[in-house]
Design a protein around this ligand. Structure first.
Ligand code: BG6
Length: 485
């Protein structure tokens, strides 16, 4: 009973939010280097240069005018540039992860650090940087779990190819994959292709200047084909490789037993499951093909694409789980709620974080059951956590009992899914195991870590690391393999 002996306890990060060193060691610019800090009420902005050479700012979710090129404006604060500086603190940080007892560590590789322009020019210094990190992790017996691409694209590919809407980007991505699969063979065996593939829709994430449904779905098709080809390639290069997909999973509950609400919830959930259907079953679901027909969306495909999708099915489903949501057929009730990325309804049974994310531990068990019952492949919770304001006490201590409470309940729910529902769960990597920049708002004060980093929303601070109360708690959870919560 309980978690399997080889259960992968760990933590998760992403290069653009943690690494920094944005121009060090030969790294090229990434789209996320052009995005400013923001807050819950003030969206992050993209600063870019127009065709005429002017500098403009636009909400990061808006479209960019044709010919606009990403540009970093000097007098703005860009959180990715230093982030929480893993670039210079990796040895210290890995030692802290080892002290907590991590069995694995999820991180992403910055594409622009390996291929500064995203094309076939390789930056050896970038390859060496990650190699040292993997060696350091392995020294402590920590398995690297690598997200190949987390929320960005080399700026050159966004500017010169309109990002993923251009089919050529598939080949550039595969070149990047081949480079890292070969170089890190024997050191990394756990991979994921694209972080939260269902959330990729903006210039910063996939380099497209317009995000009308036609452009977006064409880009998504290219992402699917690229992911499938990467899975095949990764298996060829090293049959030990386990290559997963990664989705943001936010289960939606019908607001009432009214069948209209039940249908609304089903439709909400489908929008996420579509991405799993393609990557686990290797084909587009029927309801999506009908949507394309109705909306006159025509995906340009090559003859072999269908086969690639079939051949390149993933080995496991990695997913993030932070919250659930509710669905209603009544348009009056449906409005944007908190951290939910799609219009939804506030669930009166759940409390929310300061950022409006509904806290729902049982929803994690429900998600695990829904995903495992439906897909029957191993699952990996690669993100979960509580973004909160932490108070540093006079003696430097941080008593984050609210975070411990959140994790305690979520880990219990996941334990129930394993013990009572028979879900095949590979591991658990809480998000932002060390404080890092928030992806949504660009803030530092929305903290997730077991390890505190001294840095504020304007980039001031010593970057010193310290252990929060939750650090010691998680250490004991791992030590007891999830028994001592
Ligand atoms: C996920 C992303 O959506 O949620 C992470 O994969 C992100 O990159 C995390 O940081 C938490 O979101 P936020 O906006 O609180 O940073």
């Amino acid at each position: 009973m309980g978690f399997p002996e080889n259960f992968l306890w760990g933590g998760a990060t992403a290069a653009n939010q943690y690494e920094g060193g944005y121009l060090s060691g030969g790294k090229g610019l990434s789209t996320l280097d052009a995005i400013t800090g923001g807050s819950k009420d003030h969206p992050r902005m993209i600063t870019y240069r127009t065709k005429e050479g002017q500098i403009e700012r636009v909400n990061r979710d808006a479209s960019l005018p044709e010919g606009a090129t990403g540009f970093v404006e000097a007098d703005q604060y860009y959180p990715s540039h230093v982030a929480t500086d893993f670039y210079h603190h990796w040895q210290e940080d890995i030692a802290l992860f080892a002290e907590m007892g991590f069995k694995c560590f999820r991180m992403s590789i910055s594409w622009a650090r390996i291929c500064p322009k995203g094309n076939e020019e390789v930056n050896e210094e970038g390859l060496v940087f990650y190699e040292r990190i993997f060696d350091e992790l392995l020294k402590y017996g920590i398995q690297p779990v690598v997200t190949i691409n987390h929320f960005d694209i080399p700026m050159y590919l966004a500017d010169h190819y309109d990002g993923w809407s251009d089919r050529e980007v598939i080949d550039y991505f595969l070149f990047f994959c081949e480079t890292i699969f070969k170089r890190y063979k024997g050191k990394v065996t756990h991979w994921m292709t694209f972080n939260e593939i269902n959330f990729l829709r903006s210039w910063t994430q996939i380099g497209i200047h317009q995000n009308d449904p036609q452009t977006l779905w064409q880009a998504r098709h290219h992402l699917f084909v690229a992911s499938a080809k990467a899975v095949v390639l990764g298996h060829e290069i090293d049959p030990n490789n386990q290559i997963g997909m990664m989705i943001a999973y936010i289960p939606s509950y019908p607001m009432t037993a009214n069948p209209e609400d039940v249908l609304a919830a089903l439709q909400f959930n489908r929008q996420q499951e579509t991405f799993i259907d393609v990557q686990v079953k290797g084909q587009y679901p029927a309801h999506l093909l009908k949507y394309f027909e109705r909306e006159q969306i025509e995906i340009q495909q090559e003859a072999e694409d269908e086969n690639w999708l079939k051949k390149g099915c993933v080995d496991y489903i990695g997913f993030s789980y932070y919250m659930s949501t509710a669905a209603s057929a009544n348009p009056e009730q449906v409005k944007y709620v908190g951290g939910n990325q799609q219009p939804a309804v506030k669930n009166p049974y759940l409390e929310e974080s300061d950022w409006g994310w509904a806290v729902d531990p049982l929803g994690l068990r429900i998600s695990l059951c829904q995903l495992y019952d439906r897909y029957q492949v191993p699952l990996f919770i690669v993100e979960n956590g509580f973004g909160a304001l932490d108070q540093v006490m006079a003696e430097g201590e941080i008593h984050d009992d609210y975070r411990i409470d959140y994790f305690q309940k979520h880990i219990q729910a996941m334990k129930d899914a394993v013990e009572l529902d028979g879900v095949d769960l590979m591991g658990y990597t809480p998000w932002g195991c060390i404080d890092l920049v928030s992806a949504g708002t660009g803030e530092m004060k929305k903290r997730y870590g077991f390890i505190y980093v001294d840095l504020d929303d304007e980039g001031n601070g010593s970057l010193a690391r310290s252990r929060k109360k939750s650090f010691h708690w998680y250490q004991q959870v791992i030590q007891s393999n999830g028994e001592d919560l």
